[in-house]
Design a protein around this ligand. Structure first.
Ligand SMILES: [Zn+2]
Length: 179
């Protein structure tokens, strides 16, 4: 699940690829079976030490090239497929809502209305500066957020070239996306 709720109790882990600290639900767990033998732990239940990798195409691509972990091709494919399936569902929900007053998009509009926002969807390829700005604010105001899709994909929803963030202003809708 890329969807997540940030609260003060959710455990965080570090992605082995980008070293970013994230909520566990934003990461895939990869169990270390033995030296140089790693296995994707989809159910997060294997009794083994584990490493974590972001649920993003970027980090999965990078770990696939890392000889240290030499993940099986089946494992890499299942991760990519999970990602694809989720992003499609998510984007479809947003597309259905695009004309509603419940959405705000683009960093300026979102920051202007931040007090009324219940959920943030941030493009995976947003600039580091804007990412930091949004996450700092989200944590401060306890707004759940998820990194999802890229700027082009988010832009398509609104017939724009690129959109770096989408915000949900309706509590009920936000809850539906998070659960
Ligand atoms: Zn990562």
């Amino acid at each position: 699940m890329t969807r997540k709720i940030m609260d003060n109790h959710s455990p965080e882990r570090t992605c082995v690829v980008c070293r970013e600290k994230k909520d566990k639900s934003d990461l895939f767990r990869i169990a270390k079976i033995s030296e140089n033998n790693y296995s994707f732990d989809e159910k997060q239940k294997m009794q083994a030490r584990a490493i974590y990798v972001c649920k993003t195409h970027e980090c999965i691509k990078r770990i696939s090239k890392n000889k240290k972990y030499s993940l099986k091709i089946e494992d890499l494919l299942s991760m990519v497929n999970l990602l694809k399936k989720q992003s499609k569902d998510y984007l479809n929900i947003l597309k259905a809502m695009k004309n509603s007053e419940h959405l705000a998009f683009g960093i300026n509009m979102v920051m202007d209305e931040i007090e009324h926002i219940h959920f943030l969807i941030i493009a995976e390829d947003i600039s580091e500066k804007n990412d930091k700005k949004l996450i700092t604010k989200a944590k401060e105001l306890n707004i759940p957020y998820a990194h999802f899709g890229n700027k082009t994909q988010l832009g398509e929803i609104f017939n724009k070239d690129e959109v770096n963030v989408i915000a949900i202003k309706n509590k009920k809708v936000a809850r539906g996306l998070v659960d």
